[in-house]
Design a protein around this ligand. Structure first.
Ligand code: SF4
Length: 310
């Protein structure tokens, strides 16, 4: 296999869709999350600290248009000609009625440089009205609906206080996919209580779902989260992978993953000063990707090597 085919990477795929570079711009529409405001749970997922994934230009105090303009100004210094996807990222971006969502989504889509939407949400936070709205928008624009699955194990989902189970994820994905919506999914590798075998098994399970795009992240222990407290009380609670161990784990994972699934990320990059563990000396996502590519070749392996369609 040549270097391009060793895994199905998002940046190549998205460039092919639009024949040019496409950049996501995070926008914060001011939503909260039902797992933080008491509707589903209080305090949120044990690892959650939304501040770690909101860039400076992204703030719910500004309009969607203003956030997009500032984000585009920021990125266009480096890449003057490119297209943009408005990324509704912070908290739960379907957590409002469909009229309000429609207003926000359309504001983003009416920006002349925006060619589509990425909408991040929880699997228990989409109803028929919302899915129909997203399905309608999908017919006219590039739209992905990104579900936080995190794990396929209900035991783990309970432990991390997700306040939904894997059945919720499956149902939401199947329903959205049946309406023609492109599905992205988010999984965390290395959640508490999961062995390497269990982590790799997630790949086999999610390969059976109609997921187009996958984002993998290492578990990070962020200051001032519930997970940080738990880790302080019991450091054995979490396995802390070195960068090298994580690279091998990610490769073991993608060997079992359907080769049709596009991989958008392998890691997350929280601000260094906020991370308690793991300490990877500031390794960036692109550096991890370069190491994963190199290791795939060294191991003579590729995405889907051990995947068998059922
Ligand atoms: S669902 Fe997302 S926003 Fe809500 S608590 Fe969990 S990680 Fe945080």
């Amino acid at each position: 296999m040549n270097q391009i085919k060793i895994y199905n990477d998002y940046s190549t795929w998205i460039r092919k869709q639009f024949n040019e570079r496409v950049q996501k711009i995070s926008v914060d529409a001011g939503f909260t999350c039902p797992n933080r405001n008491g509707t589903k749970g209080i305090g949120g997922c044990i690892y959650c600290d939304n501040k770690t994934f909101s860039p400076a230009y992204c703030s719910s105090g500004k309009s969607i248009t203003q956030q997009l303009n500032e984000g585009i100004d920021f990125f266009s210094e480096k890449y003057p000609a490119q297209k943009y996807i408005a990324y509704f990222q912070a908290y739960t971006n379907t957590y409002a009625n469909s009229n309000i969502l429609e207003k926000y989504y359309n504001e983003a889509l009416s920006h002349p440089k925006v060619i589509g939407l990425a909408i991040s949400t929880r699997p228990d936070c989409v109803n028929d009205d919302i899915l129909n709205l997203i399905s309608q928008l999908s017919k006219m624009h590039f739209v992905t609906l990104e579900f936080g699955i995190e794990s396929t194990s209900d035991k783990t989902l309970k432990l991390i206080n997700r306040c939904h189970n894997f059945e919720d994820s499956k149902n939401a994905i199947l329903k959205a996919s049946a309406l023609g919506i492109t599905i992205a999914a988010h999984l965390i590798l290395g959640l508490p209580g999961e062995s390497k075998e269990q982590i790799v098994k997630h790949a086999e399970i999610i390969s059976g779902l109609p997921i187009s795009i996958l984002k993998l992240h290492q578990l990070q222990i962020i200051k001032d989260t519930k997970l940080a407290q738990m880790f302080e009380q019991n450091p054995e609670f979490v396995i802390i992978y070195t960068a090298n161990e994580y690279i091998n784990l990610a490769i073991d994972f993608i060997e079992q993953l359907s080769p049709d699934i596009i991989i958008e990320r392998f890691t997350s990059e929280s601000p260094r000063e906020k991370i308690i563990a793991p300490n990877w000396n500031g390794l960036k996502n692109f550096e991890i990707i370069a190491q994963i590519r190199k290791r795939l070749i060294e191991r003579d392996t590729w995405q889907g090597k051990f995947y068998y369609a059922k």
